[in-house]
Design a protein around this ligand. Structure first.
Ligand SMILES: [Zn+2]
Length: 362
């Protein structure tokens, strides 16, 4: 038994056209097209060739049809010239992440969703409303991934092969998902997470959330969420010098560029001071990187707990991957690399893993 849509999904995941897969697998274009539409089904030896070419276990293609993440509901944080092919590959990875989430959700009790849909208030107000609702006051934002997870957002990592895609967010059946690339600096990763939260809160599940205006709003939201007005006004002097900005960015764990932008936005830097600070930061390498930054990227707490708990039941990550029809590597790419690194050798005891009985609510 082969599920046609799974062939198309795996092909998109690898960023291949039908013609490219045809060449790689040694299967005719017409046959492949028929398999994907379900007009005919491949014989098992042909399926094996396709599976090898796509680097998916053959068992993947026998699973039930997957709900693809909706194209129109995704807010992309990607370079403007990113090709459809790369976006399709990232969306296919997201669909696999959602499949993995469903597997986890059947076995664990996860934090309830507490992400408000605020319609479209201005970003500054929206950020302040979420901070109040989540009891953050004016304090610097803690670990963004943990914070999102604690409020029911399912956070996965994106394939580092697609550097053009920084992040994306999507609602699926009332559950918010955020996917984060792990290539940029830790500070920019926090900003991406806050940016996606902005989309989830302000643009909800009904609308297409892309376009320059939605992007501007999500950036303003992230800036206000990570650097609350009162907190910045309380800590940063008007016309601050570069060394003060470089010390100050550590308070909110943001990039020097992001703090400079926020200070200008709040009237602490004049236009001229803003431009000259940006030029100086650029010269020092702060435009694309974060020298002397926080270093370690923020990663998932929920996924760490889930796989640690499974381990105590002698369920290994490779077993989960096999059950889902994924390679361990494919699954690990969705898991911030946690199943290869942090969990290795972890033998801590945890509570019972009876179905839906294990709580990973933090
Ligand atoms: Zn965006």
């Amino acid at each position: 038994m082969v599920t046609p849509s799974r062939i198309a999904l795996a092909r998109k995941r690898r960023g291949l056209t039908l013609a490219e897969l045809s060449a790689r697998a040694g299967v005719s274009l017409q046959s492949l097209s028929n398999y994907e539409t379900g007009r005919t089904a491949p014989r098992s030896d042909t399926l094996a060739k396709i599976a090898t070419a796509l680097e998916f276990p053959a068992s993947f293609f026998a699973g039930s049809a997957l709900d693809e993440l909706p194209c129109e509901g995704i807010s992309w944080r990607a370079r403007s010239k990113t090709s459809t092919r790369v976006l399709d590959a990232a969306r296919a990875a997201g669909t696999l992440g959602a499949m993995l989430y469903d597997w986890i959700d059947e076995r664990f009790r996860l934090p309830a969703v507490d992400v408000p849909s605020l319609g479209k208030p201005d970003p500054e107000t929206a950020a302040s409303m979420v901070r109040t609702r989540w009891g953050l006051g004016e304090a610097p934002t803690p670990n963004m991934v943990h914070l999102l997870e604690a409020h029911g957002v399912r956070v996965f990592s994106l394939d580092p092969d697609h550097a053009e895609v920084d992040a994306f967010a999507v609602w699926r059946d009332g559950v918010p998902f955020v996917f984060l690339n792990t290539l940029k600096s830790a500070e920019r990763g926090r900003f991406d997470a806050a940016h996606e939260l902005g989309h989830l809160v302000m643009h909800g599940s009904e609308h297409a959330c892309s376009g320059p205006e939605a992007e501007r709003q999500a950036n303003e939201f992230a800036s206000a969420f990570l650097m609350p007005r009162a907190s910045v006004l309380g800590h940063m002097p008007s016309g601050a010098h570069l060394d003060q900005i470089l010390r100050g960015k550590r308070i909110w764990k943001v990039s020097a560029m992001a703090l400079t932008y926020r200070m200008h936005d709040l009237g602490l830097l004049t236009d001229w001071q803003y431009r000259s600070t940006c030029a100086e930061l650029s010269r020092l390498g702060y435009r694309s990187d974060e020298p002397e930054g926080m270093g370690q990227r923020e990663t998932s707490q929920v996924l760490m707990k889930v796989f640690a708990a499974l381990r105590t039941k002698h369920v290994r990550p490779s077993g989960v991957a096999a059950e889902l029809g994924l390679t361990s590597e494919e699954m690990n790419r969705l898991l911030f690399g946690l199943t290869l690194t942090s969990l290795a050798g972890s033998g801590q005891q945890d509570t019972s893993t009876a179905k839906r009985n294990l709580s990973v609510v933090s």
